[in-house]
Design a protein around this ligand. Sequence first.
Ligand code: KIV
Length: 273
Amino acid sequence: MADYLSQNVNKVTTHFLQRMRQQGEPIAMLTAYDYSIASLLDMAKIDVVLVGDSAANVMAGYKTTLPITLDEMIYHASSVVRAVERALVVVDLPFGTYQGNSKEALHSAIRIMKESGADAVKVEGGVEISESVDRILSAGIPVMGHLGLMPQSINKFGTYSVRATDPKEADKLVQDALLLERHGCFAIVLEKIPADVAKLVTESVSIPTIGIGAGPHVSGQVLVFHDMIGITQQFSPRFLRRYHHLGEEIVNAVSNYIRDVKSKDFPNEKEQY
Ligand code: KIV
């Protein structure tokens, strides 16, 4: 791999992400929800590990991200933090723990930081959650924003389609990004929006933007690990690049194990005491 600025850093911080943006080095972020996968991502030198509330879909099999609880997010986040030495660990505040009540938002963020040892939290929304963002930041907790497709608002929009395709929505998105920057967020995830809108947002703010389905004109990219490695096979949006077909490999390996057990080929003489 080329000698990127980030390859020589012992611990990625929010300030380091800002430096990466300034120096034009793209930020690589992936999700993890458990110790084993998180340690592999850290070994590969990923910049940011996101303990996303997509754990609700990927780990627990829920149809939306809404049901996952704060306690469950803390469980996933602590497992990840125990594995990660180098990457910045960001944890999603789950639905219902920060919207509409900034005191509760602060309480939720403090629980995540204290009980998991994570480095930062992520919240979905702009002006609607600005009080919560302020209060969390006032306790010295770094906040990552999330605009565009916001899965926690699925019941308001009814679909997971591309967001900000009309000028009014695109303008609100830019205003929300500017507001999050003004309030002190250290980065913003932009999910499933047209590439030219993501470019406009990135040019309008000076903090890093991290895209998922937002094209190339952003400061970094994020994908759900289980999607990019091919474990979740049904989910196939246009923006997803699959780097492996691990789902197929796991099914093959398990089939071979079943075959060996049934035929009494396993265990052999070397595999017993
Ligand atoms: O929960 C999650 O995994 C996310 C990413 C899709 C950005 O928020």
